[in-house]
Structure formats: structure tokens, C-alpha cells
Design a protein around this ligand. Structure first.
Ligand code: NAP
Length: 302
């Protein structure tokens, strides 16, 4: 029987593990993929207090080592279900069933896909969801970025320094992301903006060769590209918890600023909960808040 099981080894989950270990609780962290969550793909973090510049990989590795060195047990197993039985809760993975007094769900979010034909098949063959991971493969080539948020804008800016040409395709005529980045992009002579348009078709012959873009009037144009970077937002990874945990219409776990969920003893931390600001600093902050709430819950149950 664990005191706390943390689901997810991203910044929120690992911070929760650090706080729980420092309160002498025995902690298991379960992670389906690799530690670090989405921050591991960030080339340079410059908005985390104290560290002026740190790569996402270094940040995640330091955090992972800190949690491990404090005694958190970390296993790479995919959680498929949770059960709540008053004083005892169960976390079920594809390999095992674990018993625990409290659970912190810190599963973050995954890339939203365009949902068009061949998209999955072409991942790694022209389709990417991470410019900083895959941009270097497109040196001196032509790429397109689709999306209108900060990720799309920053991806386009990053790629403009590597590739020959970047098309930035957005479905509206106004960007959701920051105006200052849009202005920087407008100064680049290898970035072309395509507004009011969607990517509707991927043409390939083993790898991506061109994309079809359809505008508001339904007029289609084919653009020859070597790569398409999809940056159309993220989806919270809460699919396995909706049976007992209340989600909002977009799939985020409904919670308050104490990281409570509707179930006593089950808490949520990070990008997969309802909140205003989803940033690295708010993810680690959630980890601390959720762990503190879980520790209090366990101590009061004794
Ligand atoms: P986002 O802000 O949710 O933007 C997603 C974009 O994709 C929107 O422009 C949306 O269009 C578009 N979109 C959604 N579904 C689409 C579809 N099926 N086809 C075409 N376009 C589609 O996501 P994000 O850019 O990943 O950013 C997520 C959060 O992280 C935001 O809060 C963002 O500010 C933050 N972030 C911050 C930084 C930074 O501070 N440096 C960097 C990156 C991200 P509409 O605009 O029409 O809805």
C-alpha cells in the first residue's frame, strides 16, 4: 500500500513526488512514456524563475533525479484505470494493480491532430508535432506550420532560422498567439502567411510530398512541402479517469485552486486540470499544492 501514487512524471507529477517524499510519504510515480512531459521538447526555457536559460531536457532530467534521490519510486507503466473504495484506492496499469491511500493525476496533455487522412502514417515521414525535435531534419527545405497559437508562431520562427521556406497556415485571419512573435515573423523574408485556410489533404509517396490547403471559399491549392509541423493545440490526457472523475466539456478535470477533484483523496496537478494559465511554473506549483493536499488528507485519515 502506497501513501500517494502520482500518475505522470512531468513537471507537475515530479514536483508532487518531491513534496510528498519530503513529508516522508511513500510515493510511486507511474509514467506511460518518458519522464519530463511536454517540456522535454522545449529547446530553451527562459521564463522559469532563477534559471535564465535551461533546455527542457536538462530541466526534466534535474527534476527526475531530484525526485529519485529523495526516494520516489518511478515506474514506466501505462495507467488504464483507477478505482475508489473510501480509504483505499487502486491504480491499474497494463502490468499491475497498485493500492494507495491517495492519488494525484498529473497526466498533462497530448498533441491535437488535424484528423486528416494519412496523418498518422506520415508521422516521421514529413509530419511532426515538435519543431525543436525535428526541425534540423529539414535544413534548407520547405516546410509548413499549421496553427495560430504561440506554439505555431514560435515553431515558425524557430524553423525560419533552419529551413529555406516556411508557410504558416492558420484557419482564421487573426492569430491567437502573441503579437510580438507575429511581428518578428513578418520581418522574416522566408515566412509566408496563409490565412483563412485549412490543410485538407496530404499527398505522399512513402513520405510527404505536398499538402492541399482549402480556403474559406472552398478553393484548393497544392503546396509542395517536405515537412508539415502541426501545432493546433493539445488535448488533456484524462480519458482513463472520466468514469469517476468529473471532466469539463473539453476533457479537463474540474478542480479548484487546491487541486481537489470531485473524489476525496484524488487530486489533480498540471495542464490536465481546469485553470487559466498553463505554464511550466504553474505545473510545478500545482504539484506542490496537490501533494500538500494529499499529505493533509492522509494525515487526517489516520
Ligand atoms: P492554442 O493556444 O490552443 O492554439 C491552437 C491553435 O490551433 C489555435 O490558433 C486554433 O485556431 C488552431 N486549431 C485548433 N484546432 C485546429 C484544427 N483542427 N485545424 C486548424 N487549426 C486548429 O495551443 P498552443 O499554441 O499549443 O498553446 C497552448 C498554450 O501554451 C497556450 O496557452 C499558449 O499561450 C501556451 N504557450 C506559451 C508559450 C510561451 O509562453 N512562450 C509557447 C507555446 C505555448 P483558433 O485560433 O481558430 O482557435
Amino acid at each position: 500500500m502506497y501513501d500517494i501514487i502520482v500518475i505522470g512524471a512531468g513537471p507537475a507529477g515530479l514536483t508532487a513526488a518531491i513534496y510528498a517524499r519530503r513529508a516522508s510519504k511513500n510515493v510511486l510515480v507511474l509514467e506511460a512514456k518518458s519522464y519530463g512531459g511536454q517540456i522535454i521538447n522545449t529547446l530553451d526555457i527562459e521564463n522559469y524563475p532563477v534559471e535564465e536559460h535551461i533546455s527542457g531536457f536538462d530541466f526534466a532530467t534535474k527534476l527526475y533525479n531530484q525526485a529519485k534521490n529523495l526516494g520516489a519510486e518511478i515506474k514506466f507503466e501505462k495507467v488504464v484505470d483507477i478505482n475508489n473504495q473510501d480509504n483505499e484506492k487502486e491504480v491499474i496499469t497494463t502490468k499491475n494493480t497498485y493500492k494507495t491511500k491517495a492519488i494525484i493525476i498529473a497526466t498533462g496533455s497530448e498533441n491535437r491532430k488535424l484528423g486528416i487522412s494519412n496523418e498518422d502514417e506520415l508521422v516521421g515521414k514529413g509530419i511532426s508535432y515538435c519543431a525543436t525535435c525535428d526541425g534540423a531534419f529539414y535544413k534548407k527545405k520547405t516546410v509548413a506550420v499549421v496553427g495560430g497559437g504561440n506554439t505555431a508562431l514560435e515553431d515558425a520562427l524557430y524553423l525560419s532560422g533552419i529551413v529555406e521556406k516556411v508557410y504558416l497556415i492558420h484557419r482564421r485571419d487573426e492569430f491567437r498567439g502573441s503579437e510580438s512573435t507575429v511581428n518578428l515573423l513578418k520581418e522574416k523574408n522566408n515566412v509566408e502567411f496563409i490565412y483563412n485556410s485549412n490543410v485538407t489533404k496530404l499527398n505522399s509517396n512513402e513520405k510527404l510530398e505536398s499538402i492541399v490547403v482549402t480556403d474559406k471559399e472552398g478553393i484548393e491549392s497544392t503546396i509542395k512541402v517536405d515537412g508539415l509541423f502541426v501545432a493546433v493545440g493539445r488535448i488533456p490526457e484524462n480519458q482513463n479517469f472520466g468514469k469517476i472523475i468529473n471532466l469539463d466539456n473539453s476533457g479537463y478535470i474540474i478542480s479548484d485552486e487546491k487541486c481537489n477533484t470531485n473524489v476525496e483523496g484524488i487530486f489533480v496537478a498540471g495542464d490536465n486540470r481546469t485553470k487559466e494559465v498553463r505554464q511550466l511554473v504553474t505545473a510545478t506549483s500545482d504539484g506542490a499544492v496537490a501533494a500538500t493536499a494529499a499529505i493533509k488528507y492522509i494525515n487526517e485519515k489516520k
